[in-house]
Design a protein around this ligand. Structure first.
Ligand code: EPU
Length: 312
């Protein structure tokens, strides 16, 4: 650990030299949307033991903890985060292995694209919906990531987690409560690793064909610019993107934050957007949809360190 970068709260924590620990670390560049301020503390632990020590120190000092994956589904406020941001990015969290034919074991830091690639190489079909989701296994567990009709929890058999006080346990699928973009247990526990089951064994050419189809669909229907993915959950029986589109709100802009012209449920960063611009745009979209359609859109993207109801 870099001693000069430690603060009082973490200065006595025993961690290995490979663990990254920083103070006042800018987070914007660690997210896909690219807005927001710094984290008071930022760490990339190199091992389970280091993670445990850091979490226990945070708990001892009452410091809030946030697990950041690829930062593809989160908005960092301009004021940053007055807590500890943990990223499981070290290679020890990035192992993926095929076991017993149709099972995969994947560390929380594995990128979904890598997982998808490994499944394809091993002739395991049914993970293609993960193609193009710019997240990690940890993020996909926390959010029950979904696309193209598939959900991450369709695949999950068990999750190894660590509590914020450093205890480790393995939760089987039926012990976990998951739904639309949420796994409740992971609101305050850290996913370390997941056991997955591929829906089927399949010819690689068939898997590749489906990957290409999904890729094409995504390229056509989602923007390439920096974004945080979909902003709102789809309301019962409709689609947030379709509603925003129908109301002519695509292209609406606050500062450098703009409703994508490609998909109404994406806000893109035109270059120098601030989190406040994005939040103002979200408020405007919600207000218009509520006024003209009588539908309350609820955000699906996370707001780091705050509850949506505090800012909406
Ligand atoms: N639509 C419009 N105009 C738009 C956008 C969409 O009319 O500007 C229509 C489409 O034509 C389609 C319907 O709305 O009939 C749904 O659109 P789409 O197929 O793009 O799916 P979505 O429900 O908007 C969901 C997920 C995405 C995921 C896609 C692809 C949510 C909130 N979003 O989008 O997830 O990538 O399906 O399967 O559930 C994310 O979670 O961040 C995310 C991007």
């Amino acid at each position: 650990m870099n001693r000069t970068a430690t603060s009082e709260a973490f200065s006595g924590v025993a961690v290995s030299a490979e663990t990254v620990f920083l103070r006042d670390e800018p987070l914007a560049r660690r997210t896909t949307l690219g807005v927001g301020g710094p984290a008071r503390y930022y760490t990339e632990p190199a091992s389970t033991a280091d993670l445990r020590n850091l979490l226990r120190e945070a708990a001892r000092h009452g410091i809030a903890v946030f697990l950041l994956g690829r930062g593809s589904n989160v908005i960092v406020p301009d004021s940053g985060f007055d807590g500890l941001v943990v990223r499981l990015r070290h290679r020890s969290w990035r192992e993926v292995a095929v076991e017993n034919g149709d099972r995969l074991r994947a560390g929380a830091g594995v990128r979904l694209r890598e997982l998808c690639g490994e499944a394809c190489r091993s002739g395991l079909g049914g993970l293609e919906f993960l193609e193009g989701i710019p997240g990690t296994v940890g993020g996909a567990l926390r959010m029950n990531a979904g696309a193209m009709g598939g959900w991450f929890f369709d695949l999950v058999e068990w999750v190894r987690v660590m509590t914020l006080t450093g205890e480790e346990k393995v939760c089987s699928r039926d012990e976990l409560h998951f739904g639309y973009r949420v796994c409740r247990e992971l609101l305050d526990e850290v996913a370390l690793e997941a056991g997955l089951r591929a829906p089927r064994r399949e010819e690689r050419t068939a898997i590749r064909r489906r990957l290409a189809e999904f890729q094409e669909k995504r390229t056509e229907s989602q923007p390439k610019e920096s974004s945080a993915g979909c902003i709102f959950k789809n309301p019962e029986g409709d689609f947030a993107g379709r509603l925003i589109d129908e109301l002519g709100l695509k292209g609406r802009r606050v500062g450098d934050a703009e409703v994508s012209g490609v998909h109404g449920n994406f806000i893109v960063n035109r270059g120098a957007a601030r989190a406040d611009d994005v939040l103002e745009l979200i408020r405007q979209l919600r207000a218009e949809v509520a006024r003209r359609k009588d539908i309350e859109l609820e955000p699906e993207v996370l707001l780091l360190g705050a509850e949506w109801r505090e800012v909406l």
